[in-house]
Design a protein around this ligand. Structure first.
Ligand SMILES: [Zn+2]
Length: 552
């Protein structure tokens, strides 16, 4: 059960506590965590902070999003994780989080975790989508003028909720991807992300401490290091595969097999996204933020959100089953241990709480099953040919990036009967692809989700009635959808359990003494819309999804 997490909700959430069937809250004595060995990611030794008093609210609320961490892959790796993950599973609760829709993509996933709202209400339907008014593809955090912002978020997220709560708490996020850092906060707070052109972290207005940190810890010299497996024999044993497994393609200029040398790629600064170094840099920058923003230093709880994107690029390039994914996870296990130890030292034992989860899962390598790969471009061309059979030659389809097919302005200007016939022909054409399980009219599934149940509800929650394309498609199990230019090892974004189920590990600040390490998750799934409620409870604020909304 996630009762311990629910118990941290404010008194006004008593209904949720009762609805969850949880017992009355009990105050647990703080657990004294023995001082750890110096963490590799921790820099100068800070003053030791006194432990929290029993029942004291956390001073720092930490959210860690491991990008592309499926439940199925984490369960396989769990027995071999003896560092930070093991500590989390000795002190916390482990649940299976369930994403509510097939919008199992980075931007919708991060928006959902922070706002508690699925695509149908958040407005974030993908990492990018065709914008009919602007007449081009826009990024999930790309404003009309090309600048970065949460302009497309229709709802408040945790950063906004902290401002509304007026507690005095701060909200900071750190990620490699801008969309991850920005969407974890919403329109307020301090998102920090990696700029490959600068080879440094930045924000909208980079604070002085971050610029100083960048100068004192330059990233470029660290790209002289070559990523080699720590223990190839161990990787061969625990992965039960070879380094040159079928289906692996590599990422960011790296080839399918070790070693991976950034300096041998066309853009070394870009390889940070696919290196264990990428995770290390996020942890380091997060710790610098604790000092720079004085997070966790007073009674007003602050939020520190991290998004570890490198695991996503490794998944895409080599697959969850690969040596690269295993090696990165083993290293992440140690990096996480260092980060948790640093939290104890810098914020204080019992003074921080944490949720670790993921924005989405991933498909097993298609080569291991009966799946395959299908390019968006192939879908777009087939859709256009089908439309042309009704409307004549022309550009009738302007975009078909998963999951939406967008008709052109010229197509939409056709008489309704002609347009309806063309749409039907497109749907029939796309249904002939073996890799597609469903192809439907968006208008039949979008809007009024509360009236729907089962698959119709799941589909509805992943569509934005205004912004989604006129037609949507969903892949058959085992099929990977991708850009034409670069077929990946694997991908995500589907309605299948391998994409929708992710681990959720919850550590309340006043958790009881460590329990035996958890080997499996609880049997009660946790809806992913609960994460922001748990975090808001710890922050002492109204959850973003319960805040008043502006009129649509
Ligand atoms: Zn992602």
């Amino acid at each position: 059960m996630w009762c311990n997490a629910v118990m941290r909700l404010p008194a006004r959430c008593a209904l949720l506590i009762a609805a969850a069937g949880c017992p009355a809250p009990q105050v647990s004595p703080p657990r004294v965590v023995p001082p750890p060995a110096d963490a590799a990611v921790d820099t100068p030794v800070p003053p030791v902070v006194t432990p929290a008093a029993p029942g004291e609210a956390p001073r720092l609320v930490v959210l860690v999003v491991v990008d592309q961490l499926p439940s199925w892959a984490f369960a396989i790796k769990r027995p071999h994780l003896t560092g930070g993950f093991d500590r989390l599973l000795r002190e916390g609760e482990w649940h299976t989080g369930v994403h509510p829709s097939a919008a199992t993509l980075t931007a919708p996933g991060h928006a959902l975790i922070s706002s508690g709202e699925p695509t149908a209400t958040s407005g974030i339907l993908g990492n990018e989508w065709w914008h009919r008014d602007v007449g081009r593809v826009v990024g999930s955090v790309e404003a009309h003028d090309g600048s970065s912002s949460a302009v497309w978020m229709r709802v408040p997220a945790l950063g906004d909720a902290l401002v509304a709560g007026a507690t005095g708490g701060k909200a900071v996020s750190v990620g490699l991807k801008g969309r991850a850092a920005i969407l974890l906060l919403g329109k307020a707070g301090l998102p920090i992300w990696y700029d490959r052109k600068l080879a440094a972290f930045k924000s909208f207005s980079t604070p002085g401490w971050l610029a100083d940190h960048g100068r004192q810890h330059p990233i470029l010299p660290r790209l002289d290091d070559v990523w080699t497996p720590r223990d190839p024999a161990q990787l061969a044993r625990i992965s039960q595969t070879t380094d040159d497994q079928r289906g692996e393609v590599g990422s960011k200029g790296f080839g399918p097999t070790f070693p991976h040398a950034p300096r041998k790629t066309a853009s070394p600064a870009d390889t940070v996204f696919a290196l264990p170094l990428g995770n290390e840099l996020v942890f380091e920058t997060a710790l610098a933020a604790i000092a720079g923003e004085a997070l966790g230093s007073d009674a007003a709880p602050d939020l520190l959100a991290l998004s570890l994107s490198a695991y996503d690029y490794v998944g895409h390039g080599w697959g969850q089953e690969s040596w690269e994914a295993w090696d990165m996870m083993l290293r992440l296990d140690q990096q996480l241990a260092g980060f948790l130890a640093a939290l104890d030292r810098r914020v204080g034992v019992g003074r921080w709480s944490l949720v670790l989860t993921s924005d989405h899962g991933a498909c097993p390598l298609p080569e291991r099953g009966n799946g395959g790969r299908l390019a968006f471009e192939t879908i777009k061309n087939a859709a256009n040919r089908a439309a042309a059979a009704e409307l004549g030659p022309g550009e009738w389809v302007v975009a078909a990036k998963y999951p939406s097919v967008y008709l052109s302005a010229a197509a939409r200007a056709k008489p309704p009967k002609e347009l309806a016939k063309a749409t039907t022909k497109i749907i029939h054409a796309l249904r002939s692809f073996p890799g597609l399980e469903r192809v439907e009219r968006t208008a039949d599934f979008a809007g009024n989700c509360a009236r729907r149940t089962g698959d119709a509800l799941m589909i509805c929650l992943g569509l934005d009635a205004e912004r989604s394309g006129e037609i949507f498609y969903l892949p058959r199990a085992g099929w990977v959808l991708h850009e034409k230019a670069s077929p990946p090892a694997t991908a995500h974004g589907s309605q299948h359990a391998y994409d929708r189920e992710v681990p959720v590990i919850v550590l309340a600040s006043d958790r009881a003494a460590a329990h035996p390490p958890l080997a499996t998750p609880s049997t009660t799934p946790m809806p992913m819309v609960q994460i922001s409620k748990i975090l808001a409870g710890w922050l002492g604020i109204t959850p973003p999804s319960a805040l008043p909304r502006a009129a649509p």
